[in-house]
Design a protein around this ligand. Structure first.
Ligand code: IMP
Length: 194
């Protein structure tokens, strides 16, 4: 059983969500931010490729078991974009939301459905990389609602909800989110529980 886990990310939103969900499992969780590690450039074309690249690079660099998250928003009317390029779609979250809504409005899109996808890659030194995946379907809305969460949360309403991810607490988001689902698969494999 692993005692220490390095989260191979500098994204504070992801770090907060992953640390909160891992808190009950008695594993010491550090982030690339905590350890002041360099950012790993994302040059892959899939979530899995990018996640594996981040986990393998930092596991090699530190000798620690590493868990990397690659995730993004796939919008149907945009043919699945920004997808794996979500973080590079515009310089910051505010600009990304503005660009997304403007694109959908300028094409008069009728269908604003989208999904978030997350691939977690686990690299334990000396072992093969393992993957855990999650997805959540929902809808983009034109106006921002809520100030919790991060990234596209203020404009994403998951199916069956009438609130955005930015209007609920972290545990409510994690119960249905792409990252929550992927992390529960990881927890089941690591700790034998959900
Ligand atoms: P990357 O995985 O570092 O390439 O970045 C993923 C990007 O996708 C983030 O910067 C956000 O823009 C978006 N994203 C991924 N997961 C979430 C989420 O849970 N909420 C909102 N935006 C997200």
């Amino acid at each position: 059983m692993i005692k220490k886990l390095l989260l191979a990310t500098h994204n504070e939103g992801k770090i907060e969500e992953l640390k909160e969900m891992l808190a009950p499992w008695g594993v010491e969780v550090l982030s690339a931010q905590d350890m002041e590690l360099p950012d790993v450039e994302e040059t892959g074309e899939t979530f899995a490729e990018n996640a594996a690249m981040k986990a393998e690079t930092l596991a090699e660099y530190t000798g620690l078991p590493c868990l990397a998250d690659d995730s993004g928003l796939c919008v149907k009317a945009l043919g699945g974009k920004p997808g794996v390029y979500s973080a590079r779609y515009a310089p910051d979250s505010d600009a990304r939301i503005g660009k997304l809504v403007a694109e959908l409005q300028s094409m008069n899109a009728e269908d604003w459905s989208a999904y978030f996808a997350c691939v977690l890659a686990l690299k334990i030194p000396g072992e093969k990389v393992r993957f855990f995946e999650g997805k959540v379907d929902g809808m983009i809305i034109p106006e921002r609602r809520g100030n919790k969460g991060f990234g596209f949360d203020p404009v994403f309403v998951p199916d069956g909800w009438n609130k955005t991810f930015a209007e609920v607490e972290g545990n409510e988001k994690a119960a249905v989110s792409h990252r929550g689902k992927a992390l529960r698969c990881f927890i089941e494999e690591m700790f034998g529980a959900k």
